[in-house]
Design a protein around this ligand. Structure first.
Ligand code: UDP
Length: 336
Protein backbone atom coordinates (compact mmCIF):
# COMPACT_ATOMS: atom_id res chain seq x y z
CA UNK A 1 0.00 0.00 0.00
CA UNK A 2 1.26 3.42 -0.98
CA UNK A 3 1.83 6.63 0.95
CA UNK A 4 1.17 9.66 -1.19
CA UNK A 5 1.69 13.38 -0.73
CA UNK A 6 0.06 16.10 -2.82
CA UNK A 7 1.56 19.56 -2.35
CA UNK A 8 -1.02 22.11 -3.42
CA UNK A 9 -3.79 19.56 -3.09
CA UNK A 10 -6.40 22.13 -2.03
CA UNK A 11 -5.95 24.14 -5.20
CA UNK A 12 -7.95 24.05 -8.40
CA UNK A 13 -6.04 21.30 -10.25
CA UNK A 14 -4.69 19.73 -7.05
CA UNK A 15 -8.10 19.05 -5.55
CA UNK A 16 -9.38 17.42 -8.74
CA UNK A 17 -6.24 15.28 -8.76
CA UNK A 18 -6.86 14.28 -5.14
CA UNK A 19 -10.42 13.21 -6.05
CA UNK A 20 -9.03 10.99 -8.79
CA UNK A 21 -6.19 9.58 -6.66
CA UNK A 22 -8.65 8.55 -3.97
CA UNK A 23 -10.41 6.24 -6.42
CA UNK A 24 -7.30 4.04 -6.20
CA UNK A 25 -7.38 1.05 -3.88
CA UNK A 26 -3.59 0.78 -3.42
CA UNK A 27 -3.28 3.95 -1.34
CA UNK A 28 -2.89 3.74 2.44
CA UNK A 29 -2.57 7.50 3.16
CA UNK A 30 -2.86 10.59 1.07
CA UNK A 31 -1.44 13.71 2.70
CA UNK A 32 -2.37 17.09 1.23
CA UNK A 33 -0.01 19.92 2.16
CA UNK A 34 -1.38 23.33 1.23
CA UNK A 35 -0.84 26.78 2.75
CA UNK A 36 -4.18 28.01 1.31
CA UNK A 37 -2.47 30.89 -0.46
CA UNK A 38 -4.59 30.22 -3.53
CA UNK A 39 -6.08 26.90 -2.47
CA UNK A 40 -9.40 26.58 -0.65
CA UNK A 41 -10.26 24.04 1.99
CA UNK A 42 -13.78 23.95 0.51
CA UNK A 43 -12.29 22.22 -2.55
CA UNK A 44 -11.74 19.14 -0.35
CA UNK A 45 -14.73 19.51 1.96
CA UNK A 46 -16.82 16.96 0.05
CA UNK A 47 -14.31 14.14 0.63
CA UNK A 48 -15.26 11.51 3.20
CA UNK A 49 -12.24 9.25 3.06
CA UNK A 50 -10.25 8.37 6.17
CA UNK A 51 -7.09 8.04 4.09
CA UNK A 52 -7.01 11.79 3.44
CA UNK A 53 -5.02 13.99 5.86
CA UNK A 54 -4.82 17.73 5.30
CA UNK A 55 -1.86 19.78 6.56
CA UNK A 56 -2.10 23.56 6.29
CA UNK A 57 1.56 24.42 5.76
CA UNK A 58 4.11 25.77 3.29
CA UNK A 59 5.55 22.81 1.44
CA UNK A 60 9.09 24.18 1.53
CA UNK A 61 9.25 23.93 5.35
CA UNK A 62 6.89 21.01 5.87
CA UNK A 63 8.12 18.61 8.56
CA UNK A 64 7.29 14.92 8.72
CA UNK A 65 8.91 11.61 9.62
CA UNK A 66 6.98 9.80 6.91
CA UNK A 67 8.59 8.90 3.58
CA UNK A 68 6.31 8.86 0.57
CA UNK A 69 6.10 6.47 -2.37
CA UNK A 70 4.61 9.06 -4.71
CA UNK A 71 5.03 12.79 -4.56
CA UNK A 72 2.82 15.21 -6.51
CA UNK A 73 3.97 18.81 -6.67
CA UNK A 74 1.29 21.37 -7.57
CA UNK A 75 2.11 23.97 -4.92
CA UNK A 76 2.18 27.21 -6.88
CA UNK A 77 -0.14 30.02 -7.83
CA UNK A 78 -0.87 30.06 -11.56
CA UNK A 79 -2.60 33.39 -12.15
CA UNK A 80 -0.26 36.14 -13.41
CA UNK A 81 -1.73 38.82 -11.11
CA UNK A 82 -1.11 36.62 -8.08
CA UNK A 83 2.33 35.18 -8.78
CA UNK A 84 3.74 38.48 -10.06
CA UNK A 85 2.70 40.24 -6.85
CA UNK A 86 4.55 37.73 -4.64
CA UNK A 87 7.50 36.54 -6.75
CA UNK A 88 9.73 35.35 -3.90
CA UNK A 89 6.97 33.16 -2.54
CA UNK A 90 6.25 31.80 -6.03
CA UNK A 91 9.85 30.79 -6.64
CA UNK A 92 10.12 29.30 -3.14
CA UNK A 93 6.93 27.24 -3.53
CA UNK A 94 8.12 25.70 -6.77
CA UNK A 95 11.86 25.31 -6.31
CA UNK A 96 12.26 24.95 -2.55
CA UNK A 97 9.01 22.97 -2.47
CA UNK A 98 10.51 20.46 -4.91
CA UNK A 99 13.70 20.22 -2.85
CA UNK A 100 11.74 19.54 0.33
CA UNK A 101 9.52 16.98 -1.39
CA UNK A 102 12.57 15.13 -2.65
CA UNK A 103 13.84 14.85 0.93
CA UNK A 104 10.61 13.24 2.12
CA UNK A 105 10.27 10.87 -0.83
CA UNK A 106 11.23 7.22 -0.35
CA UNK A 107 14.27 5.92 -2.23
CA UNK A 108 12.83 4.53 -5.43
CA UNK A 109 9.71 6.72 -5.17
CA UNK A 110 8.22 8.69 -8.05
CA UNK A 111 8.20 12.49 -8.21
CA UNK A 112 5.34 13.86 -10.33
CA UNK A 113 5.54 17.55 -11.18
CA UNK A 114 2.83 19.71 -12.68
CA UNK A 115 4.86 22.27 -14.60
CA UNK A 116 3.30 24.65 -17.13
CA UNK A 117 3.08 25.63 -20.78
CA UNK A 118 4.47 28.97 -19.57
CA UNK A 119 7.92 27.40 -19.83
CA UNK A 120 7.55 28.23 -23.55
CA UNK A 121 7.11 31.93 -22.71
CA UNK A 122 5.89 33.92 -25.72
CA UNK A 123 6.57 31.12 -28.21
CA UNK A 124 8.12 31.74 -31.60
CA UNK A 125 7.03 28.35 -32.97
CA UNK A 126 3.51 26.97 -33.06
CA UNK A 127 2.37 24.49 -31.95
CA UNK A 128 4.99 23.98 -29.25
CA UNK A 129 6.62 20.55 -29.03
CA UNK A 130 8.23 19.53 -25.76
CA UNK A 131 11.73 20.05 -27.17
CA UNK A 132 11.03 23.69 -28.00
CA UNK A 133 13.20 25.63 -25.57
CA UNK A 134 10.91 28.58 -25.26
CA UNK A 135 11.14 32.32 -25.47
CA UNK A 136 11.18 33.48 -21.87
CA UNK A 137 12.47 36.72 -20.38
CA UNK A 138 14.32 35.62 -17.26
CA UNK A 139 14.30 39.20 -15.93
CA UNK A 140 10.69 40.01 -16.87
CA UNK A 141 7.50 40.40 -14.84
CA UNK A 142 6.36 36.82 -15.42
CA UNK A 143 9.74 35.32 -14.59
CA UNK A 144 9.00 34.22 -11.01
CA UNK A 145 6.49 31.74 -12.38
CA UNK A 146 8.07 30.90 -15.73
CA UNK A 147 11.59 30.58 -14.41
CA UNK A 148 10.44 29.09 -11.10
CA UNK A 149 8.81 26.30 -13.09
CA UNK A 150 11.77 26.01 -15.46
CA UNK A 151 14.22 25.82 -12.56
CA UNK A 152 12.10 23.15 -10.90
CA UNK A 153 12.14 21.16 -14.12
CA UNK A 154 15.93 21.62 -14.23
CA UNK A 155 16.23 20.43 -10.63
CA UNK A 156 14.13 17.32 -11.34
CA UNK A 157 15.82 16.40 -14.61
CA UNK A 158 19.24 16.78 -13.00
CA UNK A 159 18.16 14.58 -10.08
CA UNK A 160 16.96 12.07 -12.64
CA UNK A 161 20.14 12.20 -14.71
CA UNK A 162 22.67 12.33 -11.89
CA UNK A 163 20.98 10.36 -9.08
CA UNK A 164 18.53 8.20 -11.03
CA UNK A 165 15.47 9.72 -9.37
CA UNK A 166 12.21 8.62 -10.98
CA UNK A 167 10.36 11.68 -12.24
CA UNK A 168 7.31 12.49 -14.34
CA UNK A 169 6.81 16.04 -15.58
CA UNK A 170 3.78 17.43 -17.37
CA UNK A 171 3.13 20.83 -18.92
CA UNK A 172 -0.58 21.66 -18.85
CA UNK A 173 -1.99 24.36 -21.13
CA UNK A 174 -4.51 26.94 -19.77
CA UNK A 175 -6.65 24.71 -17.61
CA UNK A 176 -10.08 25.98 -16.57
CA UNK A 177 -13.25 24.64 -14.99
CA UNK A 178 -15.07 24.24 -11.68
CA UNK A 179 -13.12 25.24 -8.54
CA UNK A 180 -11.21 28.06 -10.18
CA UNK A 181 -11.48 31.02 -7.83
CA UNK A 182 -13.84 33.78 -8.95
CA UNK A 183 -11.22 36.40 -8.06
CA UNK A 184 -8.15 34.59 -9.34
CA UNK A 185 -7.91 36.86 -12.36
CA UNK A 186 -7.70 34.25 -15.10
CA UNK A 187 -9.54 34.66 -18.36
CA UNK A 188 -12.32 32.07 -18.19
CA UNK A 189 -13.08 32.56 -14.48
CA UNK A 190 -13.05 36.35 -14.91
CA UNK A 191 -15.31 36.32 -17.95
CA UNK A 192 -17.82 33.93 -16.44
CA UNK A 193 -18.07 35.64 -13.06
CA UNK A 194 -18.18 39.08 -14.66
CA UNK A 195 -21.05 38.02 -16.91
CA UNK A 196 -22.96 36.38 -14.05
CA UNK A 197 -22.63 39.40 -11.79
CA UNK A 198 -23.54 41.98 -14.43
CA UNK A 199 -20.04 43.46 -14.70
CA UNK A 200 -18.28 44.23 -18.00
CA UNK A 201 -16.22 41.38 -19.44
CA UNK A 202 -12.62 42.61 -19.41
CA UNK A 203 -10.55 41.74 -22.47
CA UNK A 204 -6.92 42.73 -22.06
CA UNK A 205 -5.32 44.19 -25.18
CA UNK A 206 -6.92 43.44 -28.52
CA UNK A 207 -8.09 39.97 -27.54
CA UNK A 208 -6.29 38.55 -30.58
CA UNK A 209 -3.81 36.77 -28.32
CA UNK A 210 -4.69 33.10 -28.25
CA UNK A 211 -4.62 30.22 -25.82
CA UNK A 212 -5.49 26.53 -25.94
CA UNK A 213 -8.17 26.03 -23.32
CA UNK A 214 -8.09 22.68 -21.52
CA UNK A 215 -11.11 21.59 -19.52
CA UNK A 216 -10.16 20.23 -16.10
CA UNK A 217 -11.60 16.71 -16.45
CA UNK A 218 -9.69 16.13 -19.71
CA UNK A 219 -6.47 17.34 -18.11
CA UNK A 220 -6.98 15.17 -15.02
CA UNK A 221 -7.68 12.13 -17.20
CA UNK A 222 -4.35 12.70 -18.99
CA UNK A 223 -2.57 13.09 -15.67
CA UNK A 224 -4.10 9.89 -14.29
CA UNK A 225 -3.03 7.85 -17.33
CA UNK A 226 0.47 9.28 -17.30
CA UNK A 227 1.18 9.47 -13.59
CA UNK A 228 -0.17 6.12 -12.46
CA UNK A 229 -2.75 4.21 -14.50
CA UNK A 230 -0.80 3.05 -17.52
CA UNK A 231 2.52 2.10 -15.87
CA UNK A 232 4.34 4.53 -18.15
CA UNK A 233 8.10 4.72 -17.83
CA UNK A 234 8.75 8.13 -19.34
CA UNK A 235 10.15 11.06 -17.39
CA UNK A 236 8.64 13.75 -19.62
CA UNK A 237 8.23 16.57 -20.13
CA UNK A 238 4.82 15.91 -21.64
CA UNK A 239 2.39 18.50 -23.00
CA UNK A 240 -1.15 18.03 -21.73
CA UNK A 241 -3.78 20.24 -23.31
CA UNK A 242 -6.36 20.92 -25.94
CA UNK A 243 -4.72 21.82 -29.25
CA UNK A 244 -7.63 23.92 -30.46
CA UNK A 245 -6.18 27.42 -30.19
CA UNK A 246 -8.76 30.18 -29.69
CA UNK A 247 -8.32 33.97 -29.38
CA UNK A 248 -9.23 35.47 -26.02
CA UNK A 249 -11.80 37.77 -27.64
CA UNK A 250 -13.65 34.80 -29.10
CA UNK A 251 -13.95 33.26 -25.63
CA UNK A 252 -15.20 36.57 -24.24
CA UNK A 253 -17.78 36.85 -27.03
CA UNK A 254 -18.93 33.30 -26.43
CA UNK A 255 -19.46 33.99 -22.70
CA UNK A 256 -21.21 37.28 -23.51
CA UNK A 257 -23.59 35.49 -25.86
CA UNK A 258 -24.60 33.08 -23.09
CA UNK A 259 -25.60 35.85 -20.69
CA UNK A 260 -27.99 38.48 -22.06
CA UNK A 261 -26.98 42.08 -21.43
CA UNK A 262 -23.24 41.33 -21.19
CA UNK A 263 -20.85 44.01 -22.30
CA UNK A 264 -17.21 43.56 -23.36
CA UNK A 265 -14.67 46.25 -22.54
CA UNK A 266 -11.02 46.44 -23.59
CA UNK A 267 -8.31 47.16 -21.02
CA UNK A 268 -4.54 47.56 -21.45
CA UNK A 269 -2.69 44.25 -21.80
CA UNK A 270 -0.64 42.96 -18.88
CA UNK A 271 3.12 43.23 -19.40
CA UNK A 272 4.64 40.61 -21.68
CA UNK A 273 1.34 38.84 -22.25
CA UNK A 274 2.18 35.90 -24.56
CA UNK A 275 0.67 36.28 -28.02
CA UNK A 276 -0.08 32.60 -28.58
CA UNK A 277 0.11 29.14 -27.08
CA UNK A 278 -0.80 25.73 -28.43
CA UNK A 279 0.43 22.27 -27.49
CA UNK A 280 2.02 19.98 -30.05
CA UNK A 281 0.44 16.68 -28.98
CA UNK A 282 2.49 14.33 -31.18
CA UNK A 283 4.40 12.96 -28.19
CA UNK A 284 1.24 12.86 -26.08
CA UNK A 285 -0.52 10.70 -28.65
CA UNK A 286 2.38 8.22 -28.55
CA UNK A 287 2.74 8.15 -24.74
CA UNK A 288 -1.01 8.27 -23.99
CA UNK A 289 -2.68 6.50 -26.91
CA UNK A 290 -6.41 7.15 -26.98
CA UNK A 291 -6.25 10.15 -24.67
CA UNK A 292 -7.53 13.43 -25.99
CA UNK A 293 -8.91 16.71 -24.66
CA UNK A 294 -12.37 16.01 -26.04
CA UNK A 295 -14.34 18.79 -24.35
CA UNK A 296 -14.48 21.87 -26.61
CA UNK A 297 -14.33 25.29 -24.99
CA UNK A 298 -17.99 25.89 -25.86
CA UNK A 299 -19.06 22.97 -23.68
CA UNK A 300 -16.40 23.48 -21.00
CA UNK A 301 -17.41 27.10 -20.53
CA UNK A 302 -21.05 26.11 -20.08
CA UNK A 303 -20.03 23.56 -17.44
CA UNK A 304 -17.86 26.16 -15.73
CA UNK A 305 -20.63 28.73 -15.85
CA UNK A 306 -23.04 26.27 -14.32
CA UNK A 307 -20.66 25.65 -11.46
CA UNK A 308 -20.06 29.35 -10.85
CA UNK A 309 -23.76 30.12 -11.11
CA UNK A 310 -24.46 27.55 -8.42
CA UNK A 311 -21.61 28.82 -6.22
CA UNK A 312 -22.06 32.58 -6.48
CA UNK A 313 -24.11 34.28 -3.78
CA UNK A 314 -27.41 34.32 -5.58
CA UNK A 315 -29.07 36.59 -3.00
CA UNK A 316 -27.40 39.48 -4.78
CA UNK A 317 -28.12 38.25 -8.25
CA UNK A 318 -30.59 39.14 -10.88
CA UNK A 319 -33.53 36.70 -10.82
CA UNK A 320 -34.30 37.18 -14.52
CA UNK A 321 -30.75 36.23 -15.39
CA UNK A 322 -30.89 33.10 -13.29
CA UNK A 323 -34.21 32.12 -14.84
CA UNK A 324 -32.57 32.48 -18.25
CA UNK A 325 -29.64 30.31 -17.12
CA UNK A 326 -31.95 27.62 -15.76
CA UNK A 327 -34.01 27.59 -18.93
CA UNK A 328 -30.86 27.16 -20.99
CA UNK A 329 -29.49 24.31 -18.89
CA UNK A 330 -26.75 26.51 -17.42
CA UNK A 331 -28.03 26.17 -13.88
CA UNK A 332 -29.46 23.20 -12.00
CA UNK A 333 -33.22 23.36 -11.49
CA UNK A 334 -32.70 23.10 -7.74
CA UNK A 335 -30.56 26.25 -7.52
CA UNK A 336 -33.12 28.98 -6.81
N1 UDP B 1 -7.20 37.90 -20.06
C1 UDP B 1 -8.13 38.85 -20.44
N2 UDP B 1 -9.01 39.28 -19.50
C2 UDP B 1 -9.05 38.83 -18.23
C3 UDP B 1 -8.10 37.85 -17.85
C4 UDP B 1 -7.18 37.42 -18.78
O1 UDP B 1 -8.16 39.30 -21.58
O2 UDP B 1 -9.92 39.28 -17.46
C5 UDP B 1 -6.22 37.44 -21.07
C6 UDP B 1 -4.77 37.51 -20.62
O3 UDP B 1 -4.25 38.80 -20.88
C7 UDP B 1 -4.17 36.42 -21.48
C8 UDP B 1 -5.28 35.38 -21.60
O4 UDP B 1 -6.48 36.08 -21.29
O5 UDP B 1 -3.88 36.92 -22.76
C9 UDP B 1 -5.12 34.21 -20.67
O6 UDP B 1 -4.90 34.74 -19.38
P1 UDP B 1 -4.82 33.79 -18.12
O7 UDP B 1 -4.41 34.65 -16.97
O8 UDP B 1 -6.05 33.02 -17.98
O9 UDP B 1 -3.67 32.75 -18.49
P2 UDP B 1 -2.15 32.94 -18.98
O10 UDP B 1 -1.86 34.41 -19.20
O11 UDP B 1 -1.33 32.40 -17.87
O12 UDP B 1 -2.06 32.16 -20.23
Amino acid sequence: MKKIIVAGGAGFIGSHLVDRLLTRQDIETLVVVDNLWTGEISNLAHIRDQRLKIEIHDIETFQTDVKFDEVYHLASPAAPQIYSSEPVRTIAANVLGAMRLREIMKDGGTFCYVSTSEVYGDPLVSPQPEDYRGSVDCTGPRSSYDEGKRCTEAFLFECHRVYGMKIKVIRPFNVYGPRTKPDDGRAVSNFVTQALTGKPITVYGSGNQSRSWGYISDIIEGMKRYFWRDGIDFCGPLNIGNNREIPVLKVAEYVAALVPGSEIIFLPPPPQDPTNRCPDLTLGQRILPGWTCGIPYEEGIKLTMKWFAESIDIQNSNEALFTHLRENGLLAQSAV
